[in-house]
Design a protein around this ligand. Structure first.
Ligand code: GLN
Length: 536
């Protein structure tokens, strides 16, 4: 296993405490101290991947370069660390069982009774080890989804217990808990933390470090109490107080010396210096914007902000690059179908139409795009948002009245968005175009000015394409295909001429935006919105 060290991050008391952010923040600090770090998320649900989950369940799906549809925490890892995650970075119970059952069917277990222990736990351990062996990294941070004590997470905790025994000094366990404030008592309470550590102990795992989410500072007596009742050193009780922004958390953890604690626990020599300067500069700009704009985000899952996580974060990165605060106004696309759109859209500086699947809310998206086109409001359409821009143009400029995507209306006489690859009709995932594909840009396009490269690579997650049969008609009326996937001559980017910024992309630029490298399209879009806001 080389000399790779493993840090396991478990969660207690409740879900949504932010294990992903703590893991990514720790990784950032270790990276700053010169270590190479990668991260893996283990999800206890039975779906093979989250691709079939409704975004209301777990928020958006993140897509990796190599085409894995994964948990959104992988997005945090990429954004914080500026590294790429892969197929192996996200493992679900479903994937583990699928593999074990396939092996059983192939006779690989040679007549043995296939059981949770050792077969499932062995497969979990194999997946954990793969990630360490791959890139010869110094540290692998393994985040276990869910809460300890859940039936589903038991095999994962057991696998950690075993692997920890096997790795000895090369490993540490961090347990994230909640220290709630009870206003009736006027006190922070440690009991839930004690109980959740007890649950972990029942499963044979003693945490080395306890990170406590809290609304108020932990005083020395609270820290000592947690240390005493949970068998950890006082210095291993780390406060994680509510932050204004997730980007503050690495600095909070630096202050609390989480990285030092982890290095101590894994018997690693502690480098004196930490290079976190560029992160601090980013934070400074984030806290002190020079201007402010508002963008409408039109989608059908707007009630749950996590459904558009990567878009939200990409706006933060691009905002900082423009020294501008980007406020998002989430608008339910279905509402636009029945309501007057002018009051909702006339005040914003730009309109983003979100990606998505299925029919719901599509007509509202098309109405909003018409408004952006006619009123020359900066517009960015992503995935379905781009497809809607093509449909809107076909209907209202080319006068192809029933133009549609064959996803929404299989019987349309003008399928301007259509399927190119043969599909498996019964499969909800089918033949998706998933992961990174090259895209060639037209040198005199607006997007080229921001990318400054003639061939780029972007991540996809869709089945439908722009129908090339209509391309000439679109182009002569002003909707230009400025980005092409050369291998199959498919349209990736459309741009409207005679408009300050009207761009539709079939791929997902938001997945590639990081703190270190804000995405050029988002940077360009925010710049266009800044110009727009000056006009008002
Ligand atoms: N539903 C559309 C398709 O499958 C668009 C998906 C997306 O927004 N990425 O082509």
């Amino acid at each position: 296993m080389n000399n790779t060290k493993y840090i396991f991050v478990t969660g207690g008391v409740t879900s949504s405490l932010g294990k992903g952010i703590i893991s990514a923040s720790l990784a950032k600090l270790l990276q700053g101290r010169g270590f190479s770090v990668t991260i893996q998320k283990l999800d206890p649900y039975i779906n093979v991947d989250p691709g079939t989950l409704n975004p209301y369940e777990h928020g958006e799906c993140f897509v990796t370069e190599d085409g894995a549809v994964t948990d959104l925490d992988l997005g945090h890892y990429e954004r914080f660390l500026n590294i790429l995650t892969t197929q192996e970075s996200n493992v679900t119970t479903g994937r583990i069982y699928q593999h074990v059952i396939q092996k059983e069917r192939a006779g690989d277990y040679q007549g043995a009774t296939v059981q949770v222990i050792p077969h499932i736990t062995d497969e979990i351990k194999r997946r954990i080890r793969i990630i360490g062996q791959q890139g010869h990294v110094d540290f692998v941070i393994v985040e276990i989804g869910g809460t300890v004590g859940d039936i589903e997470s038991f095999p994962f905790i057991e696998a950690i217990r075993q692997i920890r025994w096997e790795l000895g000094r090369n490993c540490a366990v961090i347990h994230l808990t909640l220290v709630p404030y009870l206003s009736a008592a006027g006190e922070l309470k440690t009991k839930p933390t004690q109980h959740s550590v007890k649950t972990l102990l029942e499963q044979g795992v003693q945490p080395d470090v306890i990170v406590c989410r809290t609304e108020y500072h932990l005083n020395e007596s609270i820290r000592s109490k947690i240390a005493l009742f949970c068998n950890v050193e006082v210095s291993s009780v780390i406060e994680s107080i509510d932050a204004q922004s997730i980007y503050e958390v690495p600095l909070q953890m630096l202050e609390e010396k989480l990285d030092i604690e982890v290095l101590r626990k894994t018997h690693t020599a502690i480098p004196e210096k930490i290079d976190i300067q560029s992160w601090k500069q980013f934070l400074h700009k984030l806290r002190h914007p020079q201007s402010e704009i508002e963008v409408a985000l039109i989608g059908k899952y707007v009630e749950l902000k996590d459904a558009y996580k990567s878009i939200h974060e990409a706006f933060i990165h691009a905002g900082v690059a423009n020294e501008c605060q980007v406020n998002l106004r989430y608008i339910q696309s279905e509402h636009l179908e029945i309501e007057d759109i002018v009051p909702q859209l006339s005040e914003v500086d730009g309109i983003l139409v979100a990606p998505g699947f299925g029919k719901r809310g599509v007509e509202g998206k098309i109405k909003a795009i018409e408004y952006a086109r006619l009123n020359k409001i900066p517009f960015l359409g992503i995935g379905l948002g781009m497809q809607c821009a093509v449909i809107e143009f076909a209907r209202n400029v080319l006068s192809l009245r029933d133009a549609h995507s064959s996803e929404m209306n299989p019987r349309t006489t003008h399928p301007v968005i259509d399927m190119v690859h043969k599909q498996e009709p019964t499969s909800p995932v089918g033949n998706m175009r998933l992961g990174a594909y090259p895209c060639k840009l037209l040198p005199d396009s607006q997007v080229f000015q921001w990318y400054k490269e003639s061939t780029v690579s972007e991540r996809h997650r869709h089945r439908y394409e722009v129908n090339n049969a209509y391309r000439k008609e679109f182009e002569s009326a002003g909707l230009l295909a400025v980005g092409i996937y050369p291998n199959e001559n498919l349209v990736e980017i459309v741009e409207l001429n005679d408009h300050p910024w009207f761009v539709g992309v079939l791929f997902h630029p938001e997945y590639k935006s990081t703190v270190a490298n804000p995405h050029p399209l988002f940077v360009g879009f925010v710049d266009a919105m800044k110009q727009q806001s000056k006009k008002k």
